[in-house]
Ligand binder design. Sequence first.
Ligand code: EPU
Length: 347
Amino acid sequence: MNCAKNAPLPPNLTLNLGLKSRNTFGLEVKAERAFEINDAAQLPALFEEIALKHWSWRVLGGGSNVILPPNLEGATLLMNITGQEVVREDESDTYLVVGAGVNWHELVAWTLNHKLPGLENLALIPGTVGAAPIQNIGAYGVEIAQYIDSIEAFDSKSNAFVTLSNKDCQFAYRDSFFKQNPHRFIVTKVIFKIPKAWRARVHYADLANFFTEAGNSNPSTQEIFDAVCQIRTKKLPDPKVIGNAGSFFQNPVVGADQYAQLMKQFPNVVSYPDAAGQRKLAAGWLIDQCGFKGQRVGEVGVYEKQALVIVNHGNATAADILSLAKTIQDSVKGRFGVTLDIEPNIL
Ligand code: EPU
């Protein structure tokens, strides 16, 4: 162990901090020790302290993809590293370095204002830049993995900073190396590689319908950004109004045989082709078919316009949310034989 006794204590520590406004589910949560992280250089000393005191720890970004217990013991790191800067460009790409604490949607808007199109399909996804690669956020046919050059992170195992290339990150649908190795890395900076060649991606049903109805066969970046914002606002609940964490379940992937069986029994099942001949089923459709849309159980419920979203009607706890999730999982399993995995991290 290093001489942690002499390590300076981070000045930005708050004891017993309420986190209701820092998690989009709006759960009543208290953090025993909350450390505001404004600079990656704070991390080595803090992790020496964490090791010395045997504290449990976790990082909170925008709190938009987590289910938090009423009490968070040990150290809670509030990721607040800001800043975005174009660092270099070549003939084909522009490279952008962004702090992990930057708000994702604000970054997307910033890139468009700085003539760096590409991220517009990912507008209005809640959360921070540092959290985005962990679950490889995606929407309307685009995933963040396509735009990541590399990631700078602090490795709590070796107490050192590391740089991971796009390949090292092992991105897959809602998955990454970080997600596979939980509780180890703290993303501090994301280096984006934005191609200079741009093309509109509006093949995803909701977007395609939007532009067909608008009679617009050649939408601009800004028009796509605006359309995505409108579609999301209509379909997904605003966490400021009603607590939620976006999609609560991942779309389950099934093999060709299971898909063929399902199709026989349920010819209307909504699905998309996936890698290696597998099928990704629309979890929202499965849950909807089981009759959960708009249902309420005490303080929790299923959103009335999108069955994939669990909402907090006011005073829900993590236990209420997980209990409803279990009911939904059991019901979908019973009817379709398909297992639904929870998307947000349960801390
Ligand atoms: N559907 C229903 N009932 C519902 C919801 C959906 O029948 O209540 C059916 C519809 O037929 C629809 C299909 O399911 O065509 C798929 O639904 P949708 O287009 O709304 O997309 P999704 O697959 O439910 C995914 C992402 C979203 C992302 C959208 C748009 C996952 C788990 N979710 O949802 O991501 O915004 O596509 O690209 O992959 C998030 O992760 O928080 C999130 C919102």
